[in-house]
Design a protein around this ligand. Structure first.
Ligand code: DOR
Ligand code: ZN
Length: 344
């Protein structure tokens, strides 16, 4: 197959950042996607309705008038989030979901949740108002091996949340392990998962090829090959519980190439082409459209996008860098060839 046409994709998990970063992130996001779920982990977390609505308008100020693009806004849950904040959020047409970061697990998560059990009344209010819960599923326990933090989160927390809240839609974000795949498969229809391109394309060896590779560092960190294979199988399985979520997470080059480098891989320059490349390698191009353009919409009960895009099988080279803030950003697969390119 040399050319495929698919429904315009959505990205059910990404980081757009703020301020002048939006001049880089929004043009790329709008080319790749019609709808994106915008994560709330700004330097000052987006933790109430006013902040989420203001952030929405800052994003939209960078979207050209003739482009249809919808950022779906999220609220950052904190220990002091109240049921009133959730009720208020449910009334906002712009707020789509709430994001749970266990405190300290990743970028700008210091203000995240310390005591998960004390959030149960919040989860109840979310279920009542049908606000989905998006979870960064890792424990932040420095005694737990970094490669085990997702599995331990399932055992210690997620299992119970899923059991206690049968009416709450839960998305286990950017899953990285076979344990997570199995857990999602064994769970109810209210439980789904997003999968990033980097966790499909690479395993943890990629962090150490010929030296330390900061541009392959993200959280949850890449895992062993058996986990990568389980993720590929889930993504191409045709099971609607698994869908796109790039976790595109821009950090300037100097923040990545540092003695204490930031976690995050930027993929919005070519996300859809990279997924096409991966699905083709797995002989599953026929499963791409459902993964990128239907299953997420189905889970969230949204209509499919009307427009289509065309992807062609032709090799091209991803640029070495793009301008970002007052310096540059190194994109995922910088200077590498991939086999699929968008032609419309
Ligand atoms: O690698 C990551 N980067 N993982 C996250 O959970 C957050 C993200 C970011 O915001 O940079
Ligand atoms: Zn993320």
């Amino acid at each position: 197959m040399q050319q495929i046409e698919i429904i315009y994709p959505d990205d059910w998990h990404c980081h757009l950042r703020d301020g002048i970063a939006l001049t880089t992130t929004i043009p790329m996001a709008t080319k790749q996607f019609k709808r994106v779920i915008a994560m709330p982990n700004l330097q000052t977390p987006v933790s109430d309705v006013e902040a989420a609505e203001a952030y929405y308008h800052r994003i939209m100020a960078h979207v050209p008038n003739d482009v249809s693009f919808q950022p779906l806004m999220t609220l950052y849950l904190k220990d002091n989030t109240t049921p009133d904040i959730i009720t208020h959020a449910a009334q906002s047409p712009l707020i789509f979901a709430c994001k749970l970061y266990p405190a300290g697990v990743t970028t700008n998560s210091q203000a995240g949740v310390g005591k998960l059990l004390s959030l149960y009344s919040i989860f109840e209010t979310m279920a009542k108002h049908q606000l989905p819960l998006l979870i960064h599923g890792e424990v932040n326990d420095h005694d737990v091996d970094v490669y085990d933090r997702e599995r331990v989160f399932i055992d210690k927390h997620l299992q119970d949340i899923v059991k206690q809240f049968p009416d709450l839609k839960i998305v286990f974000e950017h899953i990285t392990t076979k344990d997570a795949v199995d857990f999602v498969l064994s769970g109810p229809d209210t439980l789904a998962a997003t999968i990033t391109p980097q966790h499909l394309l690479y395993n943890r060896n990629a962090l150490f090829v010929g030296g330390l590779r900061p541009h392959h560092y993200c959280l949850p960190v890449l895992k062993r090959k058996i986990h990568q294979e389980a993720l590929i199988n889930a993504a191409i399985s045709g099971n609607p519980k698994f869908f796109i979520g790039t976790d595109s997470a821009p950090h300037a080059k100097s923040q990545k190439e540092s003695a204490c480098g930031c976690a995050g891989i930027f993929s919005h320059h070519a996300a859809i082409e990279i997924y096409a490349h991966i699905f083709d390698q797995a002989n599953a191009l026929d499963k791409l459209e459902n993964f990128t353009s239907r299953f997420g919409a189905d889970f969230y009960q949204l209509p499919y996008n009307q427009d289509k895009i065309i992807l062609q099988k032709q090799s091209w080279t991803i640029p070495e860098e793009y301008p970002y803030l007052d310096e540059s950003i190194i994109p995922f697969l910088a200077s590498e060839n991939i086999n699929w390119q968008r032609v419309s």
